[in-house]
Design a protein around this ligand. Structure first.
Ligand code: PLP
Length: 392
């Protein structure tokens, strides 16, 4: 370009391309706003912001590219991406529920999602948090006011599966929205929309990002539902992902199949060697579940996520501390889905009542198997158990 003044350099440098090129990696469109060639175009685009690039708080080409990929992976009509999984969850509930509505949250669910649903009491939304051993039991909790059944399958902490088709069938006749947080299985191992569920939510911060370096979320479903969540939840609450984080998530999608195939194999290798250890009272993961859980897993999952729960044999805080602090390869840390294996005890020294209410002992630990050699992880868990209990 031929610059004549400072503004030419600052604002017009991107309008001309010195030499045509095709980058192998996608480009990041790191901009807050977009130019319009004419006033006409500005009026048309800003009247339909969900389909046009006006301002990145609405839409952006890098974010759109991620949304198209996620919609395709889930087999959904449309996807909207958010700044976090919680941004996606809160925007969905905020948009689809109104005063007088009843929301059923089934089995263990990511805690902040339950807290947000509870908070909606302030706006007249009634939450029922129920625990069921069997999917059929949900029906008895549906009322005239029920507007949404929200669940995870497998669930957080206890990793119990529910029957997606039964939930979809009981909700359809009563015009109840069904919403699943599908983060555990990723969009590769489970396709809830194919089984009649209305909305799938993902935290992109886990497997999709895959490297513990981004926070994001997504909502996928029919166009009219996603557009409604865009127009209200996304636009009003402003949980907007940055183009850079969207770009990182796109990069994550490039290796998602390879990483998921790896963890599917790794988790089975690890659980096969832990499930008979007398120092472990219980493992919560569909691979180790009863016949009904395994039936549901074979019906709905094409692979296993590598997040599981483990109860140490004794409800002994000292043994729990020795075990967790003795781990050398597995680290202590929140979140999951990245390279590194993690251990996260549910007990924080002051929340026993809370755990009891969820049916968890204080010795419950959420474990994540990452991308290290699974044998190294087993050896690490065994040596830490040896420190807590002595060798077996
Ligand atoms: N859903 C599940 C199953 C999670 O484990 C998390 C964890 O953080 C979330 C949702 C929330 O996602 P984010 O941390 O991206 O807000």
């Amino acid at each position: 370009m031929k610059a004549e003044n400072y503004a030419d350099i600052v604002t017009e440098v991107d309008k001309e391309q010195a030499e045509p090129f095709v980058p192998m990696a996608p480009e990041i469109v790191q901009t807050s706003s977009f130019y319009f060639a004419t006033y006409e175009q500005f009026m048309a685009d800003s009247a339909d912001e969900k389909n046009h690039f006006v301002y990145t708080r609405g839409s952006n080409p890098t974010i759109r590219s991620l949304e198209d990929k996620l919609a395709w992976l889930e087999g959904g009509e449309k996807c909207k991406v958010f700044a976090s999984g919680m941004g996606a969850i809160s925007s969905t509930l905020f948009t689809l529920l109104r005063a007088g509505d009843h929301i059923l949250m089934v089995n263990t669910i990511y805690g902040e999602a339950v807290s947000f649903a509870k908070y909606l009491a302030k706006f007249g939304v009634v939450l029922d948090k129920i625990d069921v051993g069997n999917t059929d039991e949900i029906e008895a909790h549906i009322t005239e006011q029920t507007k949404m059944i929200y669940f995870e399958s497998p669930s957080s902490q206890k990793f119990e599966m529910l029957d997606l088709e039964k939930i979809a069938a009981m909700a359809k006749t009563k015009k109840i929205y069904t919403v699943i947080d599908g983060t555990w299985a990723s969009p590769l191992f489970q396709h809830p929309l194919d089984h009649g569920i209305d909305i799938v939510i993902h935290s992109l911060s886990k497997y999709i990002g895959g490297h513990s370096d981004l926070v994001g979320g997504a909502v996928i479903g029919k166009t009219n539902l996603v557009d409604n969540i865009f127009a209200n939840g996304h636009q009003a609450l402003g949980a907007v992902i940055s183009p850079f984080d969207a770009w990182l998530a796109i990069r994550g999608i490039r290796t998602l199949p390879v990483r998921m195939a790896y963890v599917d194999k790794a988790i089975r290798t690890v659980l096969d060697q832990l499930k008979n250890d007398p120092r472990i009272a219980k493992i919560d993961h569909p691979y180790c579940g009863d016949a009904e859980q395994q039936r549901l897993a074979s019906k709905y999952l094409s692979g296993y996520g590598s997040l599981f729960g483990m109860d140490m044999a004794d409800e002994d805080f000292d043994k729990l501390k020795v075990f967790v602090d003795s781990l050398r390869v597995v680290s202590i840390g929140v979140s999951w889905g990245g390279f590194e294996s993690l251990a996260l005890p549910s007990y924080k020294g002051n929340n026993k009542e809370n755990l009891v209410a969820r049916g968890l002992p204080i010795s419950h630990i959420r474990m994540y198997v990452g991308l290290e050699d699974p044998q190294t992880i087993v050896t690490d868990i065994h040596q830490a158990m040896d420190k807590a209990y002595g060798k077996i």
